[in-house]
Design a protein. Structure first.
Length: 251
C-alpha cells in the first residue's frame, strides 16, 4: 500500500496488527532462554554511549529539516523522577528517534519487533540504542517483563507503542494492547502519553514540501489506581490513557 493511501486502511479492512512497511530481514536472530535484554557490559555501554553522542545531533538536525519536528510539553517528562513508561501512536518510521530526542539526555529503552533485529546493520544499531526485542513465546515474554521491571526500578524509561504496528501518517488512534499498562500497574509507575500530530507545511517550505510537518505533544503523567486489582487497574489505565491521547489528537 502506498503511504499516501493510508487513510483508506479502514475501508480496506486491514488487520490492525498488520504492518504497512515490511523491511528486508535476511539475518537470523533468536531470543533464547539466556538472552540478555539488559546489557551492563563495559564495552557495550561504551559503544552505546559513543553511538548516542554521534547519533543525537545528526537525528535532531535531520528531523528538524525534514519534518520541522517540534516538541510540546517536555516538562511532563522531566517532572517524573521515578521509572516511567512512555507511550505514543506509531505513525512514522522515524518516530522512535523522535521519542529518544524528547527523552534526552536520559536513555530510553524501547520495544521493537524481533524482525527489526534481522535487518543488516540496523539490527546491530538498535540493539546498541537499547531496543528490546519482543519474543513470540509467552514464557520468554515473562522474562522480558521481569527485565523491564528492573529497568523501571532503576528509575529509567521504557517506551511502548500500544497500537503495536506502524501505520505511517495515520491520523486516528487505534486500539491499545495491554502490555504497557500491565507493566505500569505491576511496578506502580506512571504512563506518560505522547501524541504525534501532523501539520500542513507553512511558510516558504509549503511551496516545496508535500509531506506534513510532525509535532510531538507530551501529556501529563497518569498513575495506576492502586485501589483496584491488577486486571481492573490495567484496563482503567489503558482506557484513560487512550481517552487523553485521542482528545489531544483531535484538538
Amino acid at each position: 500500500m502506498q503511504l499516501e493511501n493510508i487513510e483508506e486502511i479502514e475501508e480496506n479492512s486491514l488487520n490492525e496488527d498488520e504492518h504497512i512497511i515490511n523491511m528486508w530481514t535476511p539475518l537470523s536472530f533468536e531470543i533464547n532462554d539466556e538472552y540478555k535484554y539488559i546489557n551492563n557490559g563495559f564495552l557495550f555501554n561504551l559503544v552505546s554511549t559513543i553511538l548516542y553522542i554521534i547519533a543525537y545531533p545528526i537525528l535532531f538536525v535531520y528531523n528538524k529539516i525534514m519534518y520541522n519536528f517540534k516538541i510540546y510539553g517536555r516538562e511532563n517528562l522531566k517532572e517524573v523522577e521515578t521509572g516511567k513508561i512512555t507511550v505514543s501512536n506509531h505513525v512514522h518510521p522515524m518516530d522512535c528517534t523522535m521519542n529518544a530526542i524528547a527523552n534526552a539526555p536520559d536513555i530510553m529503552y524501547f520495544l521493537s519487533l524481533k524482525s527489526n533485529f534481522e535487518i543488516p546493520v540496523i539490527g546491530y544499531i538498535i540493539k546498541l540504542l537499547h531496543a528490546l526485542p519482543i519474543p513470540a513465546e509467552i514464557k520468554k515474554k515473562e522474562k522480558l517483563f521481569k527485565d523491564m521491571s528492573k529497568i523501571l526500578k532503576n528509575n529509567e524509561t521504557i517506551h511502548f507503542y500500544p497500537e503495536a504496528s506502524l501505520w505511517p501518517y495515520y491520523k486516528k488512534l487505534r486500539k491499545f494492547k495491554n502490555g504497557a499498562f500491565r507493566l505500569a500497574v505491576e511496578n506502580n509507575v506512571p504512563i506518560v502519553p505522547m501524541v504525534y500530530k501532523f501539520v500542513k507545511p507553512y511558510g516558504i517550505r509549503k511551496l516545496v514540501k508535500k509531506k506534513p510537518f510532525i509535532e510531538l505533544h507530551i501529556l501529563p503523567a497518569i498513575y495506576p489506581d492502586i485501589n483496584l486489582d491488577k486486571k481492573e487497574a490495567t484496563e482503567k489505565l489503558k482506557n484513560l490513557v487512550h481517552e487523553k491521547m485521542e482528545k489531544e489528537l483531535k484538538a
